[in-house]
Ligand binder design. Structure first.
Ligand SMILES: Cc1cc2nc3c(=O)[nH]c(=O)nc-3n(C[C@H](O)[C@H](O)[C@H](O)COP(=O)(O)O)c2cc1C
Length: 376
């Protein structure tokens, strides 16, 4: 089994590798009659695209998406999904395989070359082959479709730590995220990151990051006990992104140091017009999920991205023939892969939520919401 497919009811299968002809995915399970254009997808791909600032790889990929199937434009002129497989294709145009010829037979420490070779006996050294984060463009494209499935869903993410340097959460401003090259919600810290990351890059090294994803408009009830918990699926989807080494939901690891009073999100009845009888939570330490099921609060997830393994500074390694050697990576690499992981994290959260939304609808039917009336 090769496991290139995500999801249950909202599914996508990604294909392609870093220096192949194209990458992309086939989305299956998208409901019909959802308005969908290439522009809806392109805007998200443009956020992940390489070569947009000196802080990301200089590989120049336009990442132009083509919808190859699964849509139809009716007499009203609106292009909609048909309910059949949607194939999304992105051509690779700026491969430079010769950049990798020097390290052709060497494993890059921290990269997946050795484990892929140990498993498959094939070493696609050209840009990391299938282990390259080029694959994540397919996830972002699928995520753009997923976002359209859950009504009112807003999924946003931001970089909240680079190396040991955290943002000041009191300065959090979502409007800042698209104004700096780091997707950072703290304008002051973003300025500092410029100088900091320049230093890291010039010294031939790399650095890690932490990204926070917040999903608003998630209805209560998504997720299923016991083997399809929403938090479990989110953790799996985020951990499945290249270079991600840790995931937490809500207050995550910090909850271990909290008391029961501090951690439990207290509840009160909502007095807002139209919401009478529904609960409101006075805090959100749980990150919007209780018992594996969404509570109606924003879903909050955080993930840690390791420093880029391809660095200029030489590291000890072995070659394919079992000899000790050294490797230094001179090609085009991100000094902090966490930056471009921001739109990828958003996409994976959107895919998980769309999948659970469709599964919930499948089990419970349309228009069901707490509090239920007793059946007649
Ligand atoms: C957006 C993004 C860009 C990446 N770019 C690079 C890169 O330029 N060089 C590199 O060595 N790794 C890069 N990576 C990480 C590797 O793909 C990843 O570390 C490798 O496949 C090993 O897998 P693992 O770290 O998940 O264990 C990137 C990851 C992401 C999310």
């Amino acid at each position: 089994m090769s496991f290139n497919t995500f999801g249950h009811m909202f599914r996508f299968t990604s294909f392609g590798e870093s220096h192949g002809a194209a990458i992309g995915c086939v989305v299956d399970g998208c409901p019909p009659r959802i308005a969908l254009t290439e522009a809806d997808i392109q805007s998200h791909l443009d956020k992940r695209r390489p070569g947009q600032s000196r802080f990301t790889t200089q590989r120049q990929e336009p990442d132009t998406v083509k919808i190859m199937s699964g849509v139809f434009t009716g007499d009203d002129g609106i292009q909609v999904t048909t309910g059949t497989p949607i194939m999304l294709m992105i051509e690779n145009v700026d491969q430079r395989s010769k950049d990798y010829s020097e390290i052709k037979d060497k494993y890059r420490p921290g990269h997946a070359g050795y484990t892929y070779d140990a498993k498959y006996g094939v070493h696609d050294y050209r840009g990391g082959g299938r282990a390259s984060a080029r694959e994540t463009a397919a996830r972002v494209a699928a995520g753009a479709v997923a976002r359209k499935i859950v009504p009112g869903l807003i999924v946003r993410a931001a970089l909240i730590q680079m190396g040991p340097h955290k943002i000041d959460r009191t300065r959090w401003d979502w409007n800042e995220v698209d104004k700096n090259p780091f997707f950072c919600p703290d304008a002051k810290q973003a300025k500092f990151f410029e100088e900091y990351l320049d230093g890291v890059r010039k010294s031939g090294s790399s650095v890690g990051a932490v990204i926070e994803v917040v999903a608003e408009g998630v209805p209560a009830g998504l997720g299923a006990p016991v083997y399809a918990k929403l938090d479990g699926d989110l953790a799996g989807a985020l951990m499945g992104i290249n270079a991600v080494k840790g995931v937490e939901i809500g207050d995550g690891f910090a909850t271990a140091a909290m008391s029961g009073e501090e951690n439990a999100d207290e509840m009160r009845k909502d007095s807002k017009l139209g919401n009478a009888g529904k609960p409101v939570f006075l805090s959100n330490h749980a990150g919007g999920i209780l018992g594996g099921i969404s509570s109606g609060q924003p879903v909050v997830a955080r993930f840690a991205v390791k420093p880029t393994s391809s660095i200029l500074n030489p590291r000890k390694t072995v070659d394919r023939y079992g000899n000790d050697t050294e490797v230094s990576t001179k090609g085009r690499h991100d000094p902090c892969v966490g930056i471009r992981a921001v739109p990828i994290g958003e996409a994976m959260v959107a895919c998980v939520l769309a999948d659970h939304y469709l599964m919930h609808r499948g089990q419970m039917g349309e228009g069901t919401a707490w509090p239920f009336k007793p059946r007649a």
